[in-house]
Write a protein that binds this ligand. Structure first.
Ligand SMILES: Nc1ncnc2c1ncn2[C@@H]1O[C@H](COP(=O)(O)OP(=O)(O)OP(=O)(O)O)[C@@H](O)[C@H]1O
Ligand SMILES: [Mg+2]
Length: 501
């Protein structure tokens, strides 16, 4: 029957200080299905879903549940109707010093007059996790959980309420391939139990794997809605961008024998890394492949001197070298674009220009602004180059969409005149157009003779962009391969500890 078991948004518009973030958008989620919501960074996905979860009250338009008009103006309204949102930044919703069980039932515990019985809480938490079919020790402190586990806690929390519609905002951005597949299994279970799921993602192959319906937004407008299977990957990208995107990766550079920039032998750190050896030449892009926990971030930090490590032999620019400190690395013309960019050195309540003008070495030691005019010009250049969607250099970062904050964070690290650049998972949460821009930028850096280390769990990107790829598994390099004759499957095999038959 039309209207039954469905949540419908009609003619939704919202503006922030004169900027129309959404204009007359219609959106409809059915129970028992998974609905993909996609679009470029800043298209309005999070804003549309924030409205459904009661985070904004100043929108216009109508919302209907099972065909009846409902009012959603506060988070409480949304919860009472059974609508729950799991945000991309899972940490903001969790209390790290409490156990898994307490975090799952946090809303219950906060209810006035609640009587705290540990045994009861544990049992309820275990039942909820069992519904998701995940094994997680409910006694463990949340601060000791991985990102994937933290997501499971929030999913279990949503189920602890009456939950009919569940919104997942870029849930797979921080997950590796295996963790994502586990999440898909959970999503399928939720769907089978009758829940309508909204799944926001920039990875089109993922949408294909689990979604039934698809909606594409562009510049705050509805561009397409219908069955997932009706459009090919290319057609979806075209709808997102308004034009075709044929070449995602730059053309391969000619590889000639180039002088060595950096050589490391026998690198160990105090926890995970063992006997790492690698070499990076001028004009080369060296990929570091690995799943979550393999040691990619640890390796990037160790090379940059941001964590303690020992190297039996090291050479940088033809001189003997040991990683010492970020400050020392910067003075030796190294740069690191760290993975946890949002935590490590962006200032959410400052302007885009201010964020871009605090340079990499300054943010490790002290603040210093370079000339105002220079800062402004640099900001305009990065906004252009990385296609940051903003009203201009003076806009505060908080007002930018997630992916656009990410681009500013990347831009910030590109200022110092480094010739060994380390990128740790730079494309998380970034839309396909911006990825392409970023690849071009990295490729140009290599053409200028810089050496790039590119760590990622996105194997297709490594194959498309890099010259050589080292695969990390359990803190060790288990394979070194020329990118031109390697496949994603091979990288996955090595990165799970296997070897080709
Ligand atoms: N509170 C706010 N104040 C001002 N502008 C805002 C606010 N919230 C969102 N916007 C603007 O609305 C637009 C849509 O943002 P939204 O976060 O919905 O994008 P998104 O599609 O989720 O993008 P991403 O893929 O980068 O997460 C952006 O241009 C953003 O700058
Ligand atoms: Mg968003």
């Amino acid at each position: 029957m039309p209207g039954l078991n469905c949540l419908e948004m009609r003619n939704i518009s919202i503006a922030f200080g004169g900027f129309a973030a959404l204009s007359s958008v219609d959106f409809r989620i059915e129970g028992h299905s998974v609905h993909a919501l996609t679009g470029a960074n800043g298209a309005g996905k999070s804003t549309l879903m924030a409205i459904l979860s009661g985070a904004h009250s100043h929108y216009s338009g109508e919302i209907l549940l099972d065909g009846e008009p409902v009012s959603i103006r506060t988070p409480r309204d949304a919860r009472q109707l059974g609508i729950h949102l799991v945000q991309q930044e899972v940490d903001v919703a969790l209390v790290p010093q409490l156990s898994v069980a307490e975090n799952i039932l946090l809303d219950r515990l906060a209810e006035p007059g609640h009587r705290y019985r540990w045994g009861e809480i544990r049992r309820q938490a275990q039942t909820l996790l069992a519904q998701l079919d995940v094994a997680l020790d409910v006694n463990r402190l949340v601060e000791r959980c991985t990102l994937a586990e933290k997501q499971q806690i929030l999913l279990a929390r949503a189920l602890s309420h009456h939950c009919r519609f569940l919104i997942l905002d870029e849930p797979t951005a921080p997950l590796d391939q295996h963790e994502s597949e586990r999440l898909f299994a959970v999503v399928r279970r939720l769907k089978a139990s009758g829940i309508g799921v909204v799944f926001i993602s920039h990875r089109i192959h993922e949408l294909n794997a689990i979604c039934d319906q698809l909606t594409v937004l562009r510049d705050g407008r509805l561009i397409e809605t219908g069955p997932m299977a009706a459009l090919s990957g290319e057609q979806i990208v075209e709808k997102m961008l308004g034009h075709q995107l044929t070449d995602i990766f730059p053309a391969r550079r000619e590889q000639q024998a180039q002088p060595l920039l950096l050589a490391v032998e026998g690198l160990h750190d105090e926890q995970l890394l063992q006997d790492i050896s690698l070499r990076l030449h001028k004009g080369e892009i060296l990929g570091i492949a690995g799943l979550a926990g393999a040691g990619k971030t640890e390796l990037c930090k160790a090379l940059f001197g941001a964590s303690k490590s020992r190297v039996s032999r090291g050479e940088l620019h033809g001189q003997r070298w040991q990683p010492r400190s970020p400050h020392d690395s910067v003075s030796r013309r190294m740069a690191l674009v760290p993975e946890e960019r949002r935590k490590e050195g962006i200032f959410i309540d400052e302007s885009v220009a201010m964020n871009l003008s605090v340079s990499a070495d300054d943010s490790f030691s002290r603040w210093s602004l370079f000339g105002h005019r220079q800062a402004w010009r640099w900001a305009e250049q990065i906004i252009q180059q990385l296609q940051v969607r903003t009203t201009g250099p003076s806009q505060t970062l908080r007002r930018l969409s997630g992916g656009n904050q990410q681009k500013v964070a990347i831009g910030k690290w590109l200022r110092n005149n480094a010739d060994v650049l380390i990128f740790d998972e730079p494309t998380k949460g970034v839309d396909i157009k911006a990825k392409t821009e970023l690849f071009t930028l990295i490729d140009n850096l290599a053409r200028e003779g810089k050496g790039i280390i590119y760590a990622s769990g996105e194997f297709s990107e490594l194959v498309g962009l890099c010259d050589r790829i080292c695969v990390l598994w359990d803190g060790r390099i288990v394979a070194e391969l020329a990118a031109c004759d390697v496949t994603e499957e091979t990288l996955l095999l090595y990165s799970t500890g296997g070897t080709p038959a």
